[in-house]
Design a binder for this molecule. Sequence first.
Ligand code: ADP
Ligand code: MG
Length: 632
Amino acid sequence: MSQTIHVLPDHVANQIAAGEVIQRPASVVKELMENAVDAGATSIEVHILDAGRTSIQVIDNGAGMSPEDARLCFDRHATSKLQSADDLFALATKGFRGEALASIAAIAHVSVATRRADAELGISIQCNGSEVVGDEPKAREVGTTFQVKNLFYNVPARRNFLKSDAVEMRHVVDEFQRVAFAHPGIAFVLTHQGSNLFQLRPGTMRQRIVGILGPKHDERLVPVEEETDVVTIQGFVGKPDSARKTRGEQFLFVNGRFVKHGLLHRAVVRAYDGLIADGQHPFYALYLTVDPARIDVNIHPTKIEVKFDEEQPIIAILKSAVKRGLGAHNVAPTIDFDAETGLNITDLKPGTEVHEPHVRINPDYNPFESRGGAPSPLGGSRGTSAPKGPSLGQAHGGWSRPAASGWKDLYQVLEPDANAEPNVPQDNTPAASPKEQAALAQSHGLEVLQWRGRYLMVPVEEGVAVVHIRRAHMRILYERYLSAIQASGMAPVASQTLLIPEDITLTQPEVMALMDARESLLSMGMDLQRLDDQTVQLRAVPADLTSHIREALDAVLETFHEGQWDDAEARHERWAQSWAARGAVKGEAPMPMEMRRQLVADLWSCTHPNVDPNGRAVLSVWAAEDLENPFR
Ligand code: ADP
Ligand code: MG
């Protein structure tokens, strides 16, 4: 019997392995850049010819290699970074397999020139298809230069598989950006055919993001910071109104490594619920630091995936950190100047605290002053916090017939409250937060112009704010519903008891689902009782929805049929979103002054007054400067 099993020659094995690690020029760029980072370089230049087909050169000023190491580095499993299998779990460097250079050398003409600080002379080595074909001493700076020429020269299938130069270059730029994002402290240069694509100075994360994505990004960035035992989070997310239709500007790094992680990605996106429309993608560049012993990055040869020991807590922390960041930095004008200095803050040093913006309070405001007797219908739905006019309260306090116009609905939201003294704000009610009270105080006596029916024009510190009435009302209702269900202390949603309860026939699963969610529906103002297997009785609805009863219930059932039921938070957000859309005024009828003020005050006390629950702009501000310019 002849022997049929034989061990593959090294260069063949390397070529096979190369297929896994090196798919295209961009993979070479990534591996060489990461090696330079691992070598402690503070400056890394990448020069590309013909999208990397002809030449990829990476020059670094890192530690360099001794002549012995330089000869060894092309060997398979030659690495200075990992000595035993245990080290795998405590990785701080990018490379660890000693695979990259061996793979690259198997399928290209590679040369390396390098010098360590302790050597007087450097060395230059030439390696073709895994064979070292020559070396010679070479004078050079401390550091290393790799040049990879004629990639895939001996693998025609691979070479033919490459896409157009534009596509390959796009991949190169992607990899370059990821490494550059991950290391803002390192200077990077990228050229193609001799012209500069990127020239990035070392700096802060913010400066790096702006350096890569362009100066227009500066004002869109919202810092995110969180430090816990499990994970430290730093970085920036985009303001909701800068979200894009196309995905792409989303970067997640774990211990300095760019990763793709579906669940973490979703956690970030979920923090934007109710701030951007479906199908829009927020920008983010977030840097997570986790104890290296508690992650596994060795599950894929290209090392883009990562596994955490404590995945769920990290997901929850990430989402709440992003949410908080967005909340702290996305507030309406006048309340906002402290937070909106974003343009001048070019860097946010690690450890800098993010403060909630301060509310400016009118010092002349006297809460016991007569408020002119006009009620504030919009405010009525947050319980007892808003001043109430007795006449209106009586006239419209009960609901019997559905109102003809959206405006009448507004008046109906007033709850009868026997103890409420007219014209005196109830200072001690837990219902109105200090922020709400301050916003109300601020709007007191404010001249608000209703323009073309749909807009309010409000004088603010920065100039004049133009508020889209319907969207503003949607935002207000949305936050009110959500805070009611999350019991976050804001104000209870006013519920309107139906004079004639409505019996509704549904399917059995629908009735079961509704009964499961009975408590949360109740806290949002909808009272449902089960009559039998297929009938529920609607006894009360949120006051803003009295003329849309069935639609309000349908919105709830929609989330059940569309499979969002199991995720309580998601389904509540959906309810709030559709209820807000149905309950919000159209913005056509003229509004009494007091109602305009109330709308402004309510909007100002929202967490995210700038966008409606679908991510559309609620307000824009005419800068005082622009307004005054013609008079100069
Ligand atoms: P890995 O990075 O997984 O260790 P590589 O094949 O990428 O494997 O590199 C092999 C070894 O070559 C590295 O461990 C390192 O010691 C050395 N090396 C590679 N690139 C550089 C560089 N730019 N500067 C200094 N040493 C380098
Ligand atoms: Mg490497």
